[in-house]
Design a protein around this ligand. Sequence first.
Ligand code: PSU
Ligand code: MN
Length: 313
Amino acid sequence: MISRAAARAAQGIVLSAEVQRALREGTAVVALESTIISHGMPFPQNLETARAVEDVVRGQGAVPATIAILDGIPHVGLTDEQLHSLASQAHRVRKTSRRDLPYVMAKRLHGATTVSATMLLAARAGIHIFVTGGIGGVHRGGESTMDVSADLTELGRTPVAVVCAGAKSILDIPRTLEYLETQGVGVAAYGADEFPAFFTRRSGCRAPLRIDTPEEGAALIRASLQLDLHSGMVIGVPVPEAAAAAGERVERATQAALKEAAGRGLAGAEVTPFLLQRIRELTGGASLDANIALIKHNAAVGSQIAVALASAA
Ligand code: PSU
Ligand code: MN
C-alpha cells in the first residue's frame, strides 16, 4: 500500500509544511476556499478577510489550509505571499470548480477553488472540515435553466463537512435542500431549527438536523467517516445577530440584482460573482461587512468542531 503522502505527491498536490505537520501529528486542520477571495470580495478587504479567517482558525487551536491552484499546481495551505498575489491579482485567477481543475492544471493557470473543487482537494489531502461563507445551490428558476451548482453534487460524493452560513437568498433554498436530500447529504443547523439563509438567520425552511455543540458536530462527522459514506455534509451556522441587522436591505438589493442578471441574460459561472458584486454596490458595502462577520464566525465554529474531532480520534 502506498502512503497517503506518496498518493498526494502522485496527484501533484502540494501541501504546506504546516499542514503536512498537522496532518501527520493529528492536529485539527480546517480547509478554506479561494473563490471567495478572488471572486467573492474586492481587494483589499478580500486579503484582510482571508488573513483574519486564518487567524481565527489558529486562535481556536487548528491549522488553516487555504486551497488554490498556483501555476497549475494544486496547493493546500498557502503562504502569506501566495494569499496576497491571489487577492490582489484576481483578474488573473480563474474561478475553478471540479470540472475546471484539469484545464487549469494543464494550462498552468492560477485557479481559485469553489466549494466543489476545495472539497475535492481537501478530501485528497485528508482534511475532513471546510469553512466558507455560503455554498452554491439551485438557482431561482433552476427547474427550467438547470442552473444547479456543482457544489451540491460534490457534497453528494466527497466526504467533507462544509461549515457555512447556509445558502444565499439569490438561490432557491427549498429546492437546494431537496437536491441535497437526493444527493444523500446530511444538513444540520447549528444552534437553530431553521436552515440559515446567509445574510439572514432564517430561511423559512426547517433544517433536517440540528446540532448545538462542537462535540455533536464532531460525532456526526466521525459516524459518517466510520460508515465510509463517501458523501459530505452541510453545517449551517446562522449569521451573528449584530451582522443580521442589514438583512432586509440586503434582501431588497438581492431582488434588484436578480432582475438585472436576468435582464443581461447572464448564465453559467458568471452569475454568482455578478450577483455578489451588485448586492455589495446596492447596499453601499453593508453586505460586505455582514459577509466578513459571518465568515469569521463560521471559522470559529468550524475550528471548534475540527478540534473536537481531532481530540476524540
Ligand atoms: N456564495 C457566496 N460567496 C461565494 C460563493 C458562493 O456567498 O464566493 C462562491 C463559492 O466559491 C461557491 C461558488 O462554491 O460561488 C458557487 O458558484 P456557482 O453558483 O457558479 O456554482
Ligand atoms: Mn451555476
